[in-house]
Every structure is written in C-alpha cells, then in structure tokens.
Design a protein around this ligand. Structure first.
Ligand code: URA
Length: 232
C-alpha cells in the first residue's frame, strides 16, 4: 500500500503531512529515508518510523467507553458534546464512530470502532445481540409489571420481543433486551405506566463494562474481548 495511505489510516499523518515529513527526512522505511509519499510499503513487513519512532499500523480499532451523562452518541452534533470528543485526536483521525446509540442521559458501555462491517453485524436486527442495562424507575414495579415487560409490551404499534428483567428492589433492577428500538427501555417502562429515572448499559453481547473505567474513560478492547465479539 502507499506510504501516505498507511500513515493516514492509522491516524498519524494526513497525506499532506506525510509529503512534508518525507521532504524533511522524518520518515524511514526499512531503515532508509523514505523516497516519496506515494512509495509502496508492506505494513506487515517493513519497519516504518516517523520522527525516530516505529509506526504501528492497524486499520481498525475497537474502544470500550464509559459514556457520561449529557453526551450524544454521534460523531458530530450542533448543540451537545459528542462521545468521540472523549477520545484522543489519533482515534478521531481514524474516523471512529459509536456502534449503536445510547440516549443523551443514558450512561455506560459504548463500543466505538471504525470497523463498519463488524458494527453492522452486531447492530443488525437479525443478530439479536443481548444488551443489559441497570435501571431505576419512578414508581415501584410489581411482579405483574415484570412479567408484562418480559413477555413483551406495546411501544407504539410494536410489541417488544421477550426479554429478562431482574428486580433488585422495588424501583430498580437489570433488564436484558435483544433488540434496539429507539428509546426502547424508556418506552417499555412507559407501557407499564412507569418512568425511567436512571439507565446504564452494563453489557453488550460478550462485552461487560470494565468497572475500572470511570465515566468518560475509555480503553481499547483486549484481544480476548475482540475475539469474543467477532465470534458472537
Ligand atoms: N433504551 C432507552 O430507552 N435508551 C437507551 O439509551 C438505550 C435503551
């Protein structure tokens, strides 16, 4: 692949910056100064350095983020802060996007990646990937409410698929759903005449929110997590 493509894909330098860095001798390929920005390199075999540091090439990255309150799960928004703002520049240059949406006031586990194929597969309605959420509601939930939610409720002309609800108190618990309709959990609670006051995603398929991540913090997925996600 072209040297400038390799460096821009891994978020290090734009094509223009690569051309400049080649001219000033800041890039080496296989130990010798790069000849041109469009020279061919094999990222799996050639050692490329920029400003004396070896460049680690990878096309895709996978980030687990603990979404804080008030952030929109998008890459741009005219009004509110967006989740990608929480990441360093190098990832933004790699064009990461959130795989799936959480409402502005929902907290917790988000996956951000630039691997469109994997994201598409995980989010496809046919995949039925399970997501679980810790919730709190305004009014006590009865056993009947729980059964209705588990069985499926009408959220405006659509009946939700069976799900699991574990109560951990009168007004809180865990709900695990296998679909992702817009405002689904809020609408499900409205269907049983209740109201969400707190919502935090804890799991997404095989991923579990890392308790070491404070709100707004992120880390790359481990190899095991990524393998589990791919197999899912
Ligand atoms: N259901 C909701 O209502 N909101 C979310 O953010 C996620 C699931």
């Amino acid at each position: 692949m072209r040297l400038d493509k390799m460096l821009s894909e891994c978020g290090l330098l734009s094509r223009k910056e690569t051309a400049r860095a080649v001219r000033t001798g800041q890039i080496t390929v296989g130990g010798v100064p790069a000849k041109s920005a469009d020279m061919q390199v094999d990222p799996t075999r050639d050692t490329v350095t920029f400003a004396g540091t070896p460049v680690q090439y990878r096309k895709y990255v996978y980030i687990m983020l603990n979404k804080p309150d008030g952030y929109v799960s998008a890459t741009e928004d005219g009004r509110d802060p967006v989740v990608t703002e929480l990441l360093p520049d190098v990832y933004r240059k790699m064009e990461l996007f959130p795989a799936g949406r959480l409402d502005k006031h929902t907290l917790g586990l988000m996956l951000l990646t630039n691997d469109g194929q994997l994201a598409h597969r995980l989010l496809s309605p046919k995949s039925h990937v399970e997501k679980s959420y810790a919730f709190k509601v305004k009014f006590p939930l009865s056993g009947e409410d729980r059964e209705a939610l588990e069985h499926g409720v009408d959220i405006g002309g659509y009946v939700t698929r069976p799900c699991r609800v574990t109560l951990e108190g009168e007004r809180e618990g865990i709900i695990a759903i296998t679909e992702g309709k817009y405002h689904q959990i809020k609408l499900m609670m409205s269907a049983v005449h209740n109201q969400i006051t707190y919502l935090e995603r804890r799991t997404f398929g095989p991923l579990t929110l890392d308790p070491a991540l404070a709100r707004g913090e992120w880390r790359e997925l481990t190899e095991e997590e990524l393998a589990a996600l791919r197999e899912h």
